[in-house]
Write a protein that binds this ligand. Structure first.
Ligand SMILES: [Fe+2]
Length: 502
């Protein structure tokens, strides 16, 4: 108040330069990257924001408030967090002691400014009957499209948003860009941070974060295309340092708890939560612990598309996509009491052969589950042996909408369906031509729906009896105001795996 009076009174001329800088700082938007919530539990969730703008002190106290109403007349909880320069002034507030299955509103304040208001919710109590409305989304490459899909996600009535990887892309802007990203190919901590800042500046994405809690896994582009464990696509000599920088920037910008904060090049995103007595949700990581891809291009890491007959390594039973520890964690944690098990993971699990498998075993992309067939078989065998009910595999990565039956033996038309797969398309990232997908459809009859030129998300309504699914597709991903339509509908019965067109 005093300072403002001083400046208004024309006293600015005699104010010390440090004070002037401070006064100008007060005008900078301090919550320019929005807010988010994540990891909903029956008694709390993580609230996220990050202070922005130049001239921030090393440590800033940020107040958070959580209320029962949008006007914040009934405060349910509040607290202070210290945002530190070393962690990009990010805030990861962990609320506890809340009521289950409730909507809450939250906001932050610091340095005389207030953030936007977000809505979030707690999960139902572990033994409560509940429904579950959610979307899956992935792959939001900035420079090839606009985030119209997020605008529509924000308008859906949702309990949660699953984001299944490729939140950023590390690439430099190329000729196809419709809105350029700053900087070149991303490899360092400051470059990763800048790339997140670009993505998170989008108002539609901010609105989607503010609409519901998010459950998140990463894929490759949060670090680098097709990386596997500690190997980059270019066989970079110091890839571990790059992965550490990428994981650090990811944690800083996402609603993960403090316990998930990375140590060097390690960060655990694997986790599990129960949605009442309706569903158990498993979130897994197929990047950090995997064996490197088989039969790469000469002198390179990363993916390739190769025929099985030219690459017998495909079938090596020791190879793992999740790492043996995570494989065991997943196999031991399937829920046989709840009607549904939702597996949130990165990529297409169903086999997708480019050539006739009857003729030499087929041709496969080595980066996805097709590159790790023994590991896929172990996962699906565990589901079948334990008679795990209602397994629904959710994925992204391939920039196409796929709906598939998952079977232990994809070549056996009579093999029972063990689980149902919904692999959602990208928010913006470009997919392959539909004609290429269609050319391979006949080799993969277990795939019920395959559309590679659709952009958008999948919307799910789950109850104890059935899962209802809408494939939501934007009219034009190059238009930030694009409309959206439901391109297809499916239903899965709790008693019988496999999607049925509705
Ligand atoms: Fe992607």
């Amino acid at each position: 108040m005093q300072r403002r009076t001083l400046l208004r009174g024309g006293g600015a001329l005699i104010v010390a330069p440090a004070l002037l800088r401070h006064a100008r700082g007060a005008d900078l938007p301090r919550f320019a990257l929005g807010i988010a919530s994540g990891q909903p539990r029956a008694d709390g969730m993580v609230l996220w924001t990050m202070l922005t703008g130049a001239g921030l002190p090393e440590r800033v106290t940020v107040r958070w408030e959580l209320a029962h109403d949008e006007a914040f007349t009934q405060i349910a909880a509040r607290g202070d967090e210290v945002a530190e320069l070393a962690w990009s002034h990010s805030v990861h507030a962990e609320t506890k002691g809340l009521e289950p299955a409730r909507w809450y509103w939250y906001r932050f304040s610091a340095l005389g400014q207030q953030s936007m208001v977000g809505r979030t919710r707690t999960a139902p109590a572990t033994d409560a009957a509940a429904g579950f409305n959610f979307v899956i989304a992935s792959c939001q490459r900035w420079d090839v499209g606009h985030y119209a899909a997020w605008k529509h996600v924000a308008a859906e009535e949702l309990d949660a948003v699953f984001f299944l990887g490729d939140y950023i892309y590390e690439y430099a802007t190329n000729a196809k860009s419709i809105r350029p990203v700053e900087g070149g190919h991303v490899r360092t901590l400051s470059e990763y941070r800048a790339r997140y800042a670009t993505h998170k500046s989008d108002p539609a994405l901010q609105a989607a974060h503010a609409a519901a809690p998010w459950l998140m896994v990463w894929d490759d582009h949060e670090v680098g295309n097709d990386y596997a464990n500690l190997q980059g696509q270019e066989l970079e000599p110091d890839f571990k340092t790059q992965r550490a920088a990428a994981y650090r920037a990811y944690w800083e910008h996402m609603p993960f708890p403090k316990s998930a904060r990375p140590v060097d090049a390690d960060m655990r995103i694997t986790g599990r939560l129960d949605w009442g007595r309706l569903a158990r949700i498993h979130l897994i990581d197929d990047r950090q612990y995997r064996d490197v891809q088989v039969c790469p291009k000469p002198g390179r890491g990363g993916s390739n598309t190769v025929a099985l007959k030219d690459c017998p390594e495909f079938l090596d039973a020791r190879r793992t996509l999740l790492g043996m520890d995570q494989e065991r964690w997943l196999a031991d944690g399937w829920d046989t009491r709840r009607p549904w098990n939702l597996l949130a993971q990165q990529t297409l699990m169903a086999r997708f052969s480019r050539t006739d498998p009857a003729n030499g075993g087929g041709t496969y992309w080595t980066d996805g589950w097709d590159g790790y067939p023994a590991a896929r078989r172990r996962l699906l065998d565990a589901v079948a042996q334990r008679k795990v009910p209602g397994v629904v595999v959710l994925g992204g990565d391939v920039h196409a909408n796929y709906v598939a039956d998952l079977k232990a033996d994809f070549d056996d038309a009579a093999a029972p369906v063990i689980a149902t797969e919904f692999c959602g398309t990208s928010i913006t990232s470009l997919g392959q031509q539909q004609a290429r997908v269609d050319a391979a459809r006949g080799f993969n009859p277990h795939i019920r729906y395959a559309r590679s030129e659709e952009r958008g998300y999948m919307r799910f309504a789950l109850d104890a009896k059935q899962l209802r699914v809408q494939v939501r597709v934007v009219d034009n991903a190059l238009d930030p105001a694009s409309g959206i339509t439901t391109a297809a509908r499916f239903v899965v019965d709790a008693a019988r795996p496999g999607a049925v067109a509705a």
